[in-house]
Design a protein around this ligand. Structure first.
Ligand SMILES: NC(=O)c1ccc[n+]([C@@H]2O[C@H](COP(=O)([O-])OP(=O)(O)OC[C@H]3O[C@@H](n4cnc5c(N)ncnc54)[C@H](O)[C@@H]3O)[C@@H](O)[C@H]2O)c1
Length: 443
């Protein structure tokens, strides 16, 4: 059972006073992605319709599309290298009462459509950067799934392209648009916890083993070579393809990037700092007996100048930290421990009567409406590319530390690892591209 904090805001403050102080207290400090009034603002209720195309019609791509359909936005095109997913997405558009969308296999044809204002990128991670940069070049605004990139070098290239072409970009870290996460961030920033020395973020994930499989003929309608795209040729196996790609370094980054980018993001946002000094990691395949080549158990420690962050992920059961939260972010300070997850937040005060945050006001995420508002206003959305590139790079650093087995020092000035030559062999730092695909760099 999850418990919620006391009803009243600490020190007799109203919630509004508390938030006002919290937001003004942090102005200018640390990250530029401070908790601005924009982050707290309600949706402007923009009525202008944005014409969408969905690229990558799997689980999350279609989920995002449904949000935009519910917000009455036209979806004029859908694109997938698997005809089954493509047809299912097209059918959903028609079921929503809209005209049948155009169907494409090749995203380049989608980007050539002049009537498309914005694309949803819902492909596996190994495709994000190439499609994203091409969408910037084509002048589209972008709702791109997290983690923004397959590796660290790509994150920098995507940020540069979005800046160069001045695109409005929302990344799929949708808890940034949930009121209780915004309140939790404001509470941490208020200083009520005193000095915070240690933050923790975690995901304890139980899913069936993906098994050991032998190469198979791809199902009809799936263009496996196109699915692989820039990544190395591998024989088709279902346990490498839909949804399972995240457990292979060639195509994903395991829970370190899959969920780290959600929960570490909240820590960085609340602590207003995203440049660790160094990172160490240990882990392995300790719980699963299948084909994956990423660790099912991983502990990463990030040393920031004045505090530590630990990331933990594991597959062997779902008993998370705090007696049952399978995911979360925790802030440990002089005056207690404060934990937030997608369900709510909880404060363990020290001393026991120390005043806590306002009561949890749980509400659905407004992430998709926020993107529509920002396409209209041209303001940065809640999960803008600037800050999400930083969060994603921090997550990649955890994988780089694990893959390299080194203490990875971070050069904040260069926004790069201090000695790239030591980690260039790690796929989560950078990777070769299978022809004809290559990464473009803009400045
Ligand atoms: N924000 C969230 O809460 C959340 C949740 C789940 C997944 N995700 C993210 O969403 C993305 C997709 O994950 P998923 O679990 O839906 O994967 P999935 O495997 O279910 O779907 C990916 C789809 O992309 C298609 N695809 C592959 N290459 C393509 C290409 N070149 N062009 C067009 N389509 C292509 C695949 O055929 C498949 O239909 C990932 O980046 C993942 O991290 C985010």
């Amino acid at each position: 059972m999850l418990t919620h904090p006391p009803e009243a805001a600490g020190n007799g403050q109203t919630r509004r006073q508390f938030l006002k102080q919290s937001t003004t207290a942090v102005g200018g400090a640390g990250l530029t992605w401070a908790l601005t009034p924009g982050l707290l603002a309600q949706s402007s209720g923009a009525n202008d319709r944005v014409v969408f195309a969905l690229i990558g019609c799997g689980t999350m791509g279609r989920e995002n599309m449904r949000h935009f359909l519910r917000l009455n936005q036209p979806v004029a095109a859908v694109c997938d290298v698997d005809a089954t997913h493509l047809e299912a997405a097209a059918a959903e558009v028609v079921q929503a009462g809209q005209p049948a969308p155009k169907q494409f296999k090749d995203f380049r044809q989608v980007l050539a459509q002049k009537d498309i204002d914005a694309v949803i990128i819902g492909t596996p991670d190994h495709w994000h950067a190439l499609i994203f940069i091409a969408a910037c070049e084509a002048g589209k605004d972008i709702y791109c799934e997290k983690p923004i990139s397959h590796n660290l070098v790509e994150a920098k290239a995507m940020l540069a392209a979005a800046r160069h072409f001045r695109r409005v970009v929302q990344i799929g870290t949708w808890q940034r648009s949930m009121k209780h996460f915004q309140d939790a961030i404001a509470f941490v920033r208020s200083g009520t916890l005193g000095t915070i020395n240690l933050c923790r973020a975690w995901m304890c994930f139980y899913r069936p083993d993906i098994g050991r499989q032998t190469p198979q003929t791809p199902p009809p309608g799936l263009d496996w070579d196109f699915w692989l795209g820039p990544s190395p040729v591998r024989p088709y196996q279902p346990n490498r393809c839909h949804e399972n790609w995240r457990w292979f370094y060639e195509t994903g980054g395991s829970l370190m990037t899959d969920w780290g980018v959600h929960m570490i993001d909240i820590v960085l946002l609340a602590m207003q700092e995203s440049d660790p000094t160094f990172v160490v990691a240990a882990g392995g395949k300790l719980a699963t007996h299948d084909d994956r080549n990423t660790p099912d158990t991983l502990d990463v420690t990030y040393r920031f100048p004045k505090w530590l962050l630990t990331w933990e992920h594991r597959f062997n059961n779902t008993r998370g930290l705090d007696g049952g939260r399978d995911h979360g972010a925790e802030f440990i300070g002089d005056h207690g421990s404060f934990i937030v997850d997608r369900v709510g937040y909880h404060f363990y005060p020290y001393p026991p009567d120390y005043p806590g945050p306002p009561a949890v006001a749980w509400a659905e995420s407004t992430h998709w409406q926020n993107f529509l508002d920002c396409v209209k206003s041209r303001n940065p959305p809640h999960s803008d590319i600037e800050s999400m590139a930083k969060t994603t790079m921090v997550c990649h650093l955890g994988n780089i530390a694990f893959q390299s087995g080194k203490v990875v020092e971070w050069d904040a000035g260069k926004q790069d690892v201090a000695r790239p030559h030591e980690v260039q062999h790690c796929l989560c730092y950078e990777r070769p591209y299978r022809k004809p695909w290559h990464l473009k760099h803009y400045s």
